[in-house]
Design a protein around this ligand. Structure first.
Ligand SMILES: [Fe+2]
Ligand SMILES: [Fe+2]
Length: 191
């Protein structure tokens, strides 16, 4: 009977999955950057693409620190997230709405990576692979920062501009409601 796999085997399998995910993401981030209209958003995707190249090298160092062959295994999870992003890019949205959607697609990928690296760091620490844990932690921090940057861009105007384009009359309606509320309260005050 074959010996049951250990957490170390699961760890190596997870590293191979993540290595492949990062490689898929280099292509996806280039597409996200190209599809961005907002220059700051394009820059955010481009600089995270640069970071992703470093993250790939870092994973190679992790494999070496564990005396394991550098090898990837197809990551179905990120492939699905990337496919969803691709179909959004084919939609006919206005520029700001497309930017909001690109952020949504990018953040799905970042959260997937945060989950993967969070597990990898925890497992590396638990098994005493301290060099690997340090390298993986650096990448985890970069993924969190990339996610935060995208949230900042969404909250910093892109979402609101897209929302204003979706509901251009909203402000006028609010003004109308407020002014009719004022009139009726004045009437009530006269009584
Ligand atoms: Fe990454
Ligand atoms: Fe990332």
């Amino acid at each position: 009977m074959a010996q049951a796999g250990t957490l170390h085997d699961a760890f190596i399998a997870e590293l191979r999955d993540t290595y492949d995910a990062e490689k898929q993401l280099t292509k996806a981030l280039a597409k996200l950057a190209k599809a961005s209209s907002n220059p700051t958003l394009r820059q955010a995707f481009e600089s995270h693409l640069e970071e992703t190249h470093t993250q790939i090298t870092r994973l190679e160092q992790v494999f070496e620190s564990l005396d394991e062959k550098v090898r990837g295994k197809h990551c179905d999870g990120i492939a699905g997230i990337i496919d969803e992003g691709k179909s959004i890019m084919q939609e006919d949205f206005d520029e700001t709405t497309m930017d909001a959607c690109l952020i949504a697609a990018g953040q799905r990928a970042e959260h997937y990576e945060m989950a993967a690296y969070g597990t990898l760091v925890a497992w590396a620490q638990a098994m005493g692979h301290t060099d690997a844990a340090k390298l993986l932690q650096q990448t985890l921090e970069e993924e969190k920062a990339a996610d935060k940057k995208l949230s900042g861009l969404a909250d910093g105007g892109i979402n609101q501009r897209a929302a204003d384009a979706a509901h251009p009359d909203e402000d006028e309606e609010l003004v109308a409601v407020a002014s009719s509320a004022r009139k009726s309260s004045t009437k009530a005050g006269r009584r």
